[in-house]
Design a protein around this ligand. Structure first.
Ligand SMILES: [Fe+2]
Length: 245
């Protein structure tokens, strides 16, 4: 099976639809790892696309914020965008969000938004964080998002060593899943990358070849940038999508 993986679309309809189109003839299953809303100008449309296209949909911390109405943990721009999102979402979209799962799995693969120990909130940022998560991982591979930074970690099961697998000079990531290792793989962000490359992150995992590929694709970012400004959302959010920061 070839699994398409998208995370953190964040209301960026142009990035989301371009990514799904890119995956169409390459995959037979679509997993969406949460934060489909927040920051961006098209949360309702992004929920609708994900609900109609994806086979597995997770909840992220931004969906949880909308459900609970608790925005204390969010920085100002994120909070303003979430308050706006909450106001414009339809009852239908809210019902969909409430039904998204916190984690899911398929055969030897686990999917979470942020981490295994705290599926909605805890950031895996460095090897020490990964070490704590590997202790909880009973599959070969766990895919996650949340930090908006593509990166892999692998743990040698015999030596217990943990290595970081960085993305390449263009923000892409290719990982062969080897026997004797476990993997934590951050699929980056489709709608608001923060690694200095503004191109949408979109991933494919081939379960037979045990090969993971994270691609970076161009989308009409100027349209998204202008929509963010037209909706009166914080201008820093327009700059972020444009610059990939
Ligand atoms: Fe996010």
């Amino acid at each position: 099976m070839k699994i398409g993986i998208i995370s953190d679309a964040h209301g960026n309809l142009e990035a989301l639809t371009t990514s799904i189109l890119f995956l169409k003839d390459k995959t037979d299953f679509l997993a969406v790892l949460g934060d489909t809303v927040g920051y961006g100008p098209n949360p309702e449309e992004c929920i609708n696309v994900v609900v109609s296209e994806a086979n597995l949909i997770l909840k992220g911390n931004h969906e949880e914020g909308i459900i609970t109405g608790n925005y204390r943990a969010f920085k100002e721009a994120a909070r303003i965008a979430l308050e706006w999102t909450e106001k414009i979402l339809s009852d239908n979209a809210l019902t969909s969000i409430k039904n998204f799962k916190e984690k899911d799995e398929m055969d030897d693969v686990l999917f979470v938004h942020a981490s295994i120990s705290s599926p909605l909130f805890k950031y895996i940022l460095i090897g020490k964080d990964a070490k704590e998560e590997f202790a909880l991982l009973d599959k070969s591979v766990c895919f996650f998002g949340h930090t908006h930074m593509p990166v892999g970690y692998r743990k040698n099961q015999e030596k217990e060593q943990i290595e970081t697998i960085p993305s390449d000079f263009s923000g892409r990531l290719k990982i062969e899943i080897s026997p004797g290792y476990k993997y934590l793989i951050n699929v980056g962000s489709t709608g608001q990358p923060r690694d200095g490359f503004p191109f949408a992150c979109v991933s494919v995992y081939d379960t037979e070849k045990r090969l993971f590929n994270l691609y970076r694709i161009e989308y009409p970012v100027e349209t998204t940038r202008q929509k963010i400004l037209d909706r009166g959302l914080p201008s820093i959010l327009a700059r972020r999508v444009y610059q990939g920061i």
